[in-house]
Ligand binder design. Structure first.
Ligand code: HEC
Length: 104
């Protein structure tokens, strides 16, 4: 009992330490993502992600796609969605854009 309790505490501390290291240099910032989205994504997905005839609405996209899934679509999109990383957007930009998508 006592040993397994300690084990669980150890695992929990390990998880906290690891999640802290997952984004060592950057805190996701939705407000920055919103500006980037307006500049690079809204032509197809609409201002505020409400969609256009070209790109689907991204309202409540967080219900369909998790953080990793959203990131993967931006990093490796299906045409006609353009690949903007690397080049027009950095990986840090993608973290911010995903944070913004999760507010829609
Ligand atoms: C040239 C138009 C265009 C641009 C620019 C564009 N997209 Fe898209 N995007 C699309 C289209 C079209 C789809 C649907 C592709 C499909 O269904 O296979 C899509 C799909 C997506 C999806 C998946 C939606 C779902 O419900 O599965 C996400 C998320 C997304 N785009 C985010 C973005 C972000 C973020 C940007 C800016 C960095 C961006 N897109 C820029 C056209 C665009």
């Amino acid at each position: 009992m006592r040993v397994s309790g300690l084990l669980i505490i150890g695992l929990a501390l390990g998880l906290v330490a690891c999640s802290g290291r997952a984004h060592p240099h950057h805190t996701p910032t939705a407000s920055v993502g919103e500006r980037l989205f307006a500049a690079h994504c809204s032509a197809c997905h609409g201002v505020g992600g409400t969609g256009t005839r070209i790109g689907p609405s991204l309202i409540h996209v967080r219900d369909r796609l998790h953080t990793a899934g959203l990131k993967a679509i931006i990093l490796d999109p299906t045409p006609p969605m353009p690949r903007l990383v690397p080049g027009r957007l950095s990986r840090r930009d993608v973290v911010d854009i995903v944070a913004y998508l999760q507010t829609l």
